[in-house]
Design a binder for this molecule. Sequence first.
Ligand SMILES: Nc1ncnc2c1ncn2[C@@H]1O[C@H](COP(=O)(O)OP(=O)(O)OP(=O)(O)O)[C@@H](O)[C@H]1O
Length: 325
Amino acid sequence: MAEAMLSIRGLRKTYRGRNGARANDGIDLDVAPGTVVGLLGHNGAGKTTLVNQVVGIVRPDEGSIMVDGVDAVAQPHLARALVSVQAQANVPITGLTPRRAVELVGRIRGGDRAQVRGRTAELLESLDLMPWADTPSQKVSGGVARLTAFAMTTVVPGRLVVLDEPTNDVDPVRRRLLWSHIRTLADDGAAVLLVTHNVREAERVVDHLAVLDQGRVVAAGTPADLAADVQGALTVELDLANGWRDFPTSLGEVAVVGQRAVAQVDATHAAEVVAWAQAHVEAGHLERYALVPASLEDVYVQLVGPERTAAAVGAPAGDEGEDHR
Ligand SMILES: Nc1ncnc2c1ncn2[C@@H]1O[C@H](COP(=O)(O)OP(=O)(O)OP(=O)(O)O)[C@@H](O)[C@H]1O
């Protein structure tokens, strides 16, 4: 990997207060120019805390954060100038239109008027936002507001671009446009740190992934490295007819949600499973079935587990603000 634009070592942060959440517990992470690094993790895993420390909103207890050789803990204002951030919550743009908001940020970030105008039009066009370009912000949908926030972040991108859940609220067609923009940002030389829950889609654009769980990196590598764990595994998806539930023991643990059942099977049992499923389609017990290679999302779920996810969605530790700069 080229020399890192963002280099994090031994990052620790515990929020003070009643519940004392240990949000980051010794994180190491590098993002090189020209690459997209995906940061995955369940709700409360510590992703936003990490981002907030990179941009100097939250002060780490321990560890170092270097942005292009600048010590972001000691000199957050210098580091911030090198970073563009799309925060998890959209910055309010009341009184502006998407076009005005994007142009304004471009000018604030030092872009020249004509360049900013051109780049804004290009972004609005390619994200399919032109129908709302000149609509007052209070009348645009959540997805359009999210895409506008992305355009504001990338109109004059920093050398490090941090995107915290950029696809939230965005429809599937525009999500594709967005993913391709994210890839282009890196291909044009930016180092991109992408926080997302959308494992399936992120897999197509990231070069490296880090999975956070309870404030620690529990797995890291390329999508292929991480998916190697499930090579040879298949996922069978069944659409059940009329509440039918008679699964053979060879399917192992079957997760049923409503009329949909999902199980992992070994590739060596594929023919047997297909024969079984086909017979039950013909008998009217199954509407349809599909056998697909196990995905990175399956690896992710194995790593962080649904029970952890449920536990993490508890009440926040409180103490808002005290630890903020
Ligand atoms: N300002 C704060 N004061 C106290 N605790 C906090 C604060 N911000 C976050 N926490 C706690 O720190 C832990 C990590 O939170 P964080 O927001 O970093 O997770 P996350 O991975 O970004 O979650 P999500 O995907 O839901 O945004 C959680 O237990 C959370 O409740």
